[in-house]
Design a protein around this ligand. Sequence first.
Ligand code: MG
Length: 382
Amino acid sequence: MTERIKSDKKKVWPGLQTALEREEVLLAPYAMYSRDSAGRKYQEQEHPYRGPFQRDRDRVIHSAAYRRLSDKTQVFTGEMGDYHRTRLTHTMEVASIARTIGRALRLNEDLIEALALLHDIGHPPFGHAGEDALDECLADFGGFSHNQYALCLVEELEERYHQFPGLNLSQEVLDGQESRVDKTKVGTGRLLEAQVVDVADSVTYDSHDTDDAVQLGLVPLDALMETSLVREAERRVTDRCGQLSGDLLRKSVVHELIDWQVSEVLAASGTSLDRRSFTSAREASASDYRIGPGPELAEQKAELEAFLYEQVYHHPELVRVRRVAQKQLRQMFVGYGHRPELLPSRFYARIGQTGQERSVGDYLAGMTDRYCQQQYQRFFSG
Ligand code: MG
């Protein structure tokens, strides 16, 4: 049973501003207010000074799956250097940029942060390569999607509370993640807070993949200047700072890429949001209004993404690492299938409920890159 949050808890001490009071002061009418939340699956006492979405954020941060992001591949693997983003630092950058956009638009930052910290929590080891391998292994059993697996983690697999399985997150957080599962639904009926996280994700990876690829020497910055987004960012940097070179130029261009994209998104989205005068979050999410880059920036982003896809994500060095990782995962999937007694007891016990293949897949998906390699060496490399 879900229960709406009717009112603030009694104040624990005089002068304390509660989360709901803060929202009344800070949020725009089209933001998602905690007081309008559909609540949690398992009813809980409200916290005296932390709002429900703030608690969701904290629950994600304290989860094991979130910590494991520190050793999960974003794009580049550990052996390639020590500069590039991990899945965790990517997630933190997304949360930071999403909060910047959300605060400027007077949206619910706590909800945005919870959604941002959650958005990649379901990634298996070795990034999209790992996801493709697991999807292939589970093809006859419903496939594998990191967005779906994120829901499995926070609704079932995370064990933190004696009263219920999972993290018992607010319905709006679960809905936001759910709408990422089916890409055809992305953009339809989504809260503005969830839309902000998608935009921030894209701003983030376009910028940091450019940074990482150049720093790791996979592609020179000059080659990236073929794309109008990077070329324009470089021109802006040079106009402002004069002729820079080397690391300083790269870092300044990346900074400009983020700042410019966020400013463009705010200019494109903020003005039209103001014109629409939505009076509630539901009205805004049910409309055809979308937060995102304007058409020109969207085209430039697509050009950069096509470049990164060709020149970076399919760089021979990454393809090699990816093949090794996928082969290991496939061998482990088959190996645990033959010897399910090697599974931790909770995954072994889940076989009756989910089927052996899904339980093995869920176990593998939860692993960090390093743990996955260790388990491979330990049981299956011979
Ligand atoms: Mg992401």
